[in-house]
Write a protein that binds this ligand. Structure first.
Ligand SMILES: C[S@@+](CC[C@H](N)C(=O)[O-])C[C@H]1O[C@@H](n2cnc3c(N)ncnc32)[C@H](O)[C@@H]1O
Length: 223
């Protein structure tokens, strides 16, 4: 069950939905550019970084992220929908630093502590095993690395009377806006900053993974 009491869609249903809408996802994405730019700015990509765009979809974030990477950086985009990745692939030829992966956010095909930064936009409310995906983010992010989430949410403040409208606009059962994403992020990261937009119905969270502790950075010489 989803938080809104609806049946949790299967990952197969999610894939079919995004394969179906892949062709016009970029057009829908135009309405999100302002928040997207803000999220990419918050990611604060540095030249040479290794960046993951988690559930990258058709690649709406690529241009903004790559602009800051310069020539020696790397961007990896991963998504579960072959249709969305096909759209992303059309952009890939423009960006030699970009590599695409078909995969599951809950089982990332990457080693521990490899990414300087990870961005995930409008996807955590869709990915069925989103908690496992967050665990995976923590695993593959370097100590001190930054994770930025841009997503929708329900309002808990004075604008909660708009929640029904927001749920209706969010296309029903495939999108679970009631997931406690901010709490789940805060449980896994030491430092989290959250900004709300659209009367509390959109948020950008910037989380930083704890730097390595002294015990793991230094080992005492054995006698
Ligand atoms: C609303 S779209 C957002 C795409 C993109 N991040 C953007 O901002 O335009 C949600 C994406 O999540 C992907 N997705 C859903 N479940 C996933 C999973 N388990 N692993 C990876 N991607 C997944 C879908 O295929 C879809 O491309």
């Amino acid at each position: 069950m989803t938080q809104t009491g609806l049946e949790q869609p299967s990952q197969t249903a999610i894939r079919a939905r995004y394969d179906f809408i892949a062709g016009w996802h970029d057009a829908i994405g135009r309405f999100t550019m302002t928040h997207r730019r803000g999220a990419i700015q918050a990611l604060n990509v540095q030249p040479g970084d290794c960046v993951l765009d988690l559930a990258c979809g058709a690649g709406a974030n690529f241009k903004g992220v790559i602009a800051d990477l310069e020539s020696d950086g790397t961007l990896l985009g991963l998504d579960y929908s072959p249709g969305m990745l096909r759209q992303a692939h059309r952009k890939a030829s423009r960006y030699p630093c970009l590599t695409l992966f078909l995969g599951d956010a809950a089982r990332l095909p990457f080693a521990d502590s490899v990414f300087d930064r990870i961005i995930c936009t409008y996807s955590l409310k869709v990915i069925p095993p989103y908690r496992q995906a967050l665990d995976e983010v923590v695993r593959v992010l370097k100590p001190g690395g930054v994770f930025v989430v841009l997503d929708g949410k329900l309002s808990s403040g004075s604008t909660r009377f708009l929640n029904r409208l927001t749920l209706w606009m969010a296309h029903g059962p495939m999108t679970d806006l009631a997931r406690p994403l901010i709490d789940e992020i805060a449980q896994r990261f030491q430092e989290v900053q959250v900004k709300e937009y659209d009367l509390g119905h959109t948020f950008v969270a910037v989380a930083r993974k704890a730097a390595q502790s002294l015990e793991t950075r230094w080992t005492w010489p054995s006698r």
